[in-house]
Write a protein that binds this ligand. Structure first.
Ligand code: NPG
Length: 373
């Protein structure tokens, strides 16, 4: 492996609409961007990745400051040691990262930047490397908690006009039955509709959650705390509507445990949450072997992460529409090319690596701090 340096940038992009879930509200997408700079066979190469961490530990224990320290103090120096030794770099980096406890968001960001750089140097698209085979990725839209039912119906109506065919509603105690009923009444029983509670319920809410059966939902996502697989298994045993896990699935091992306990009927795979695209692919394969359908999750990514997620979502067991909406659903101005909806699908880029064309001027404009390590 050739010498490299990694530049970390802290950046913020205004969202076109605030995004509120049971865990908090965001008006801007705060992001840590990684640029992995090295020499390729034909000159300098940059691999890009974004980290899924938020400024605060809202969804996951890691946040931007802890990820930055982990990268600067531990993970980048470790990658440099791996690069100095003989043998193929990416598999040995994966093994070294696996030996460090925790920190999946930081590890995912580093491995993704290295992977993007290696693939750009080799001229290979990430989708080819991962084994993705689709050139159209069915996607849906995730709709945050609104101030009123009228606002929610306006938003959902707008997204349907934009061409989305699958809607996910964020729910929490006090904002669940009414919004779901209102959306069903306004847009019909045929609309593919699912809900996501982001861990907001407790086992005592199981009788209440059973009443969701009448809405004919595609799935109910992560009703209970991430570490409570047994609560999900109890609900899944009593509910015909599929139960889907998101925050509970942080590794291949946790996916295997959830499947063995029958705690999940479907899996939302977020590469950032599981430590990277290679582990995401392993979880996809495990789920496929057990007949568990998957969808590729989203974390309001910029085009950098969106391009990578589209490459992953081309794998065959991503049979449920992904949380990967068009650029315009998130940003007026992104830092890469825009991704547009075509027949409720997005088209994965075909260029080498992630295929994201990073606009350096746009990146400069949104950057507030940087460190090179
Ligand atoms: O379209 O990217 C998107 C958003 C999809 O709902 C979505 N993401 O809980 O899955 C989630 C939620 C999320 C957003 C989680 C940001 C973590 C950070």
């Amino acid at each position: 492996m050739r010498p490299f340096e990694v530049e970390l940038r802290r950046a913020a992009l205004p969202l076109v609409r605030p995004f509120r879930t049971s865990r908090g509200a965001e008006t801007d997408k705060h992001v840590l961007l990684l640029q992995w700079r090295t020499e390729g066979p034909h000159g300098p190469v940059s691999g890009w990745a974004e980290c899924g961490a938020d400024p605060e530990p809202t969804y996951y224990p890691e946040y931007i400051d802890t990820v930055t320290r982990a990268l600067v103090d531990v993970l980048v120096p470790m990658a440099r040691e791996v690069a100095a030794a003989d043998g193929p770099f990416l598999p040995r980096l994966r093994t070294a990262l696996d030996d460090v406890p925790g920190m999946p968001l930081a590890k995912a960001a580093l491995e993704s930047a290295a992977l993007d750089a290696e693939l750009r140097a080799a001229g290979m698209p990430l989708s080819t490397y991962l084994g993705g085979h689709r050139d159209r990725i069915p996607v849906g839209v995730s709709v945050g908690i609104a101030d009123s039912i009228d606002d929610l119906l306006d938003w959902v109506g707008g997204y349907l006009e934009d061409g989305y065919h699958r809607v996910k509603l964020k729910v929490r105690p006090g904002w669940d039955v009414e919004p779901v009923r209102a959306v069903r009444e306004a847009f019909g029983d045929d609309l593919p509709l699912q809900v996501d509670a982001n861990q907001a319920y407790r086992t005592s809410d199981i009788p209440h959650l059973l009443t969701f059966e009448r809405f004919g939902l595609l799935l109910i996502e992560q009703p209970f705390p991430a570490d409570d697989l047994l609560a999900h298994a109890r609900l899944a045993a009593d509910l015909r509507t599929p139960v889907c896990l998101d925050e509970s699935i942080t590794s291949l091992g946790s996916a295997a445990a959830a499947i063995a306990l029958r705690a999940t009927d479907a899996i939302n795979i977020k590469p950032a949450r599981v430590g990277g695209y290679l582990t995401a692919r392993s979880i996809h394969d495990l789920a496929a072997a057990h007949g568990i359908p998957c969808f590729c999750g989203g974390m309001l990514e910029t085009g950098v992460g969106r391009a990578m997620n589209l490459a992953l979502a081309g794998l065959p067991n991503f049979t449920l529409p992904g949380d990967i909406s068009a650029t315009s659903r998130y940003f007026a101005q992104d830092i890469t090319q825009s991704f547009e909806l075509v027949d409720s699908c997005l088209v994965p880029p075909t260029g080498p690596g992630s295929g994201a064309d990073v606009d350096l001027d746009a990146v400069e404009e949104v950057t507030s701090a940087r460190i090179t390590c």
